[in-house]
Write a protein that binds this ligand. Sequence first.
Ligand code: GCU
Length: 389
Amino acid sequence: MRRLWKIREKWRRVMVVLLMMAAAGTTFTGCGMAGSRRIVRIALGQSESHPEYLGLLAFKDYVEERLGDKYEVQIFPNEILGATQKAVELTQTGAIDFVVAGTANLETFAAVYEIFSMPYLFDSTEVYHQVMEDEEMMNGIYQSTDQAGFRVLTWYNAGTRNFYAKKPVRTPEDLRGMKIRVQQSPASVKMMQAFGAAASPMSFGEVYTAIQQGVIDGAENNELALTNNKHGEVAKYFTYNMHQMVPDMMVGNLKFLESLTPEELEVFRQAARVSTEVELEEWDRQVEEAKETASRDMGVEFLETDVEAFKEKVLGLHQEMLEDNPDIAPVYQAIQKVNEEVRDKNIRGQFKDSPLPGRGPMWAVRSLLEPKPRSGAESGAERRVPIRD
Ligand code: GCU
């Protein structure tokens, strides 16, 4: 009943926004005008304090400072224009101009996006950032949705995804019999099944109530979900098993982008870049803050765990996904190469700094292979120096 009420309430809010937009002369046609200015609408699932919102504010400022006589940028946070999957469709048709969406939301439009759902794809946050900042590789991916009518302009960090639930998940075995929310993508469902839990796909906005009412036992996400989205009020155990690093994408309607002059397009591109820089910085700061707030004010317990045990459950998916979806193979190979390069670099660095008297190079390599006890919730880059057999 309460769920039904929430859905009704959400639709009521969407209708109010649409009416307000219509009243302001910005009808839902994708070419809203305020006076002589073209309204550029951006949908966001997150709240006004989230790093992505702050990034989008920087985007707005950058565009309006340079093209303010022609364009006004309006940001609609909190899924106010509908759940993100819906907002992607609105961007596709041009009803709105941009949306910030997780890559899981893009998988049905371009199969290559499935790569980001692959568990334990990146060895570390260092590799993840290096790949996401590799323009050549990312531009190929960004253009893959052109046929669907939209293109990605930039990426935002959405951290590392981990389990959080009403009861502690200390080992993969604890997941047995648990119902865990996943993003609405077949790859996410497969991953959860491989972990041994029952997958419950639903939109992000529904997760809080679903945990609260016991419809699901938990979910998986970054630390900001606990505080920014308040999930820490209803799920008190957060396990650092670090199964995915999934970026968010700023997606633009292709017709709109093509309607811009080359100079204007460059301004929008630069604005997107600036928004990413703001977001990345804010992200690191807010994650630290979220950990503190969640444990101090919300009573959330952060659990360290044996990441390898979780990894073992799902690594078989790499081969399976590559066979099912050949579109991801070239990107997969390219990412493996970066994994190897960073691994080699770290081995060299460690060898340079650490040889003890009487210990040769093989000692340094072996010492990296040995599992190390971990403490605290450091970044993946610091935590792991994985070596593949
Ligand atoms: C993160 C991510 C969102 C995504 C959400 C989810 O918050 O930033 O883009 O929608 O996870 O799990 O659905």
